[in-house]
Design a protein around this ligand. Structure first.
Ligand SMILES: NC(=O)c1ccc[n+]([C@@H]2O[C@H](COP(=O)([O-])OP(=O)(O)OC[C@H]3O[C@@H](n4cnc5c(N)ncnc54)[C@H](OP(=O)(O)O)[C@@H]3O)[C@@H](O)[C@H]2O)c1
Length: 256
């Protein structure tokens, strides 16, 4: 298998592909969106911070990349009607979706479980676990219309002291990705149409990281743009037979 972390895509590796990115205005999400656009994808920028999404939209449009789109969704407060409207908005504007990158995330205060506030626990579970499930479900009708659709989850191995709801949600997300990958594994001899994989990008400079490590020297951390290669690999033709894998920085790829 290709080393996803050093994968160098062709300039047109994602031409004629449409890729939706959640958390598109975040450090990782915007880096993935810009890289996808640079390699020819039409990107759908999903988030709740409209001004930040519009600024990214302008940057992509000015670069000469295919015209992006914006779809707004608050992953903490969205209910049934919002997910219905989200699915309808996508179906109204797109004929198919070739990629879905889950790059949204939130971390609350790091505390021992004994003192964890129920509201923070709930927010972490909603944004980091329930929302990826609901966004995936809403996108599947369009993903199924692609000849080679790729879903990429973003993991973070934090099942250790004080990471509370965030750590639990990310562990649950790995389980969710594995279940989904098994469900979409094609019977022998048939072609796979939706592939599911995950990336753990490792520590990188972002608001989320600063919230967890406020005293850290952020300049010592990698920039998100240095960690986008596995996303490009998993969204491109080059990874055509890869399903149910986890790509963690500085580790060999392994099954979810
Ligand atoms: N940074 C790291 O060291 C690291 C390591 C491993 C994994 N990750 C994962 O990488 C992903 C991206 O994180 P990041 O480091 O790039 O952090 P970030 O810059 O803080 O980005 C997080 C993104 O999630 C969005 N988001 C949060 N709550 C939301 C909500 N309720 N509704 C809609 N969008 C919401 C944010 O939007 P707003 O601007 O609207 O808040 C932002 O776009 C996360 O899944 C994180 O768990 C990060």
């Amino acid at each position: 298998m290709v080393d996803a972390w050093t994968f160098v895509p062709d300039a047109a590796a994602l031409a004629r592909r449409t890729v939706l990115i959640t958390g598109a205005n975040g450090a990782l999400g915007s880096a993935v969106a810009l890289a996808c656009a640079r390699h020819g994808a039409s990107v759908v920028l999903c988030g709740r911070a409209v001004a930040a999404l519009e600024s990214l939209y302008d940057q992509i449009e000015e670069s000469g990349a295919p015209q992006p789109a914006i779809v707004t969704l608050d992953l903490e407060t969205a209910g049934d009607d919002d997910y219905l409207a989200f699915g309808e908005a996508l179906a109204g504007g797109l004929s198919a979706l070739d990629g879905l990158v889950h790059a949204a995330g939130t971390v609350g205060p790091l505390t021992p479980i004994e003192h964890a506030a129920a509201a923070n626990w709930q927010r972490a579970l909603t944004v980091n676990l329930t929302a990826p499930f609901r966004v995936t479900q809403a996108c599947l009708p369009l993903l199924k219309r692609s000849h080679d659709a790729s879903i990429v989850f973003t993991l973070d191995d934090k099942t250790r002291a004080y990471w509370g709801g965030y750590g639990v949600a990310k562990a649950g997300l790995a389980g969710f990705a594995k279940i989904l990958a098994h469900e979409w594994a094609p019977p022998p001899g048939e072609t796979r149409t939706v592939r599911i994989n995950a990336v753990d990008p490792g520590p990188l400079r972002s608001r989320l990281r600063r919230a967890a490590y406020p005293a850290e020297d952020a300049l010592q951390l990698s920039e998100a743009a240095e960690r986008v290669n596995p996303y490009l690999y998993l969204l491109a033709d080059a990874s055509g037979s890869v399903n149910g894998m986890r790509f963690s920085v500085n580790e060999p790829a392994r099954a979810l």
